[in-house]
Design a protein around this ligand. Sequence first.
Ligand code: WT7
Length: 632
Amino acid sequence: MQITSFKQYEEDFKKSVENPEQFWGEVAQNFQWRKPWFKVLSWNFEAPEIKWFEGAKLNITENCLDRHLEKSGDQPAIIWEPNNPEEESVTLTYKMLHERVCRFANVLKRNGAKKGDRICIYMPMVPELAIAVLACARIGAVHSVIFGGFSAKSIADRINDSQCKVVITADGAYRGSKQIPLKDVIDDALIGCPTVEKCIVLTHVRTPVSMLKGRDVWWEDEVKHVNDICEAEEMDAEDMLFILYTSGSTGKPKGVVHTCGGYMVYAGYTFANVFNYQPGEVYFCTADIGWITGHSYIVYGPLSQGATSVLFEGIPTYPTPSRFWDVVEKHKVNTLYTAPTAIRSLMSYGDEPLEGKDLSSIRVLGSVGEPINEEAWHWFDEKIGKGKAPIVDTWWQTETGGIMISPIATVTPTKPSFATLPLPGIQPILVDENGQEIVGNGVMGNLCIKFPWPGMLRTTYGDHERCKQTYFSTYPNLYFTGDGCLRDEDGYYRITGRVDDVLNVSGHRIGTAEVENAINMHAGVVESAVVGYPHDVKGQGIYAFVINPEMHGEAELTKKDILQTVTRVIGAIAKPDKILFVSGLPKTRSGKIMRRILRKVAEGDTSNLGDTSTLLDPAVVDEIIEAAKALK
Ligand code: WT7
């Protein structure tokens, strides 16, 4: 299954286009199935209806755990590196991880969870998070992991959208020098969540928490009541494996649904290939399991391939900006997969944090989440890879389940800031506004995918129409990614960023409408408009234009109040970097906000605002420009 030469990549790619069913059928043979499929693929992008490995039966945890026990049961599956470097790291071998997953799966059963039930997981980056995820999969329950930075309201919305029955959380989380009271947040959320019957609480920071009789139970107590034998539930290839909520251009996050068979094959295949993983190597992905990167490339991808995956609780700059390099040195990391925002942040500290650090174990570097600028690419290449480690700039999305366009380490010649070429099985096309295919090289357009791949989303939870509208209706018979893209003279792809109203802030996807809704919830705010602007470290920053609210004290205080409201409604990750109070917004006569103008203002480039003739009140633009100049 592993591609070892560029010639082989070309051959595999060709085969995957000419005979996709044969290609993926062969790839899927590298996994363990209880029962084979009778049909590799049936599809229709109109409905949409996509089925991979129809009729096949499996359990993904048998692929991630059981099948490695005999040969490599004593090999590390997870190496946990805590937030505080003074604390001991923890290594779980495949045998240990298997045992703990089975035990916790029995805890879930004991608390009433069964196949098909939805389970919300809101946890710190500790081994128990991976254990909880895998335990859900073991019993066929559908996990919905929510990133630890979301607010009680966001959690409640997500829990209610998929009617979760059980919640798994911890008392609290460490994040650098901060402590986050996870259980408190969950308690606030659960006030409005009637479907939740049980809440399992892991002790981590041992901060005082409220434990409600009949609903809340301690993880540590529960595991004492069960044994560690748990036969895996037999799942259909198209049974739901998990839901992961993500932002779009409308206000409400969608629950992206992935299924067992196709997702497993795609996460495993892409992991083995893109990172050119070699047995025994240590692989470190710095993402949080609360995002798709953590699902596919900390948990399912690496474990399905018997890899050793580092799970890091901390942040790159705590206690010092040397932390990543210390982790690399300590665990002799061979592959480091991180985000451009982290690279840019670390870059800003100069060479000092790198002095005396032994990074010689590094063989492959990876980047994900947002476009990587050339400066960051070169710094990563020279300072971290010492010019010898290929950088895989991996483009993909929550919806794609796995990496789509990326170099294959040691195989594909790289080019700074290019995701390079589609992986075998992926058929990208560029289209213009009218959906007309843009052929040839040296062109730009909207990025679509014209043929299914096993890891693609199947629906958005509870609202199939929304899935259809969002991804399959903009251009008929194509999956629309929402990204703009350049294909250069060599046929290499460079993703240029979103073409819809979705921001990418430090690699986190945030819909402008969501932030606007949150700001508008603040008492006294009449209306707001949110746009992105280039930010040195975050990639994009959030710029909010807010129609003069009723001030409560000074303007600066009111701004802080608004930030507090956004933190309450969505979470700290959605806080605007800049707020500008204005008396009106630039609207067309039909009442549409001209965001194009606001983007220009936010970028600080108002020399050419383009056609403003359709504006209802052009004077408002001059006022905004003047006010923006005064804003720091
Ligand atoms: C959006 C998806 C799946 C990875 C984590 C983010 C942007 C992702 C790249 C890249 C340029 C990238 C796109 C995409 N993006 N990777 N290598 N180069 N842009 O997942 O939250 O679903 O966001 O992230 O705009 O649409 P996500």
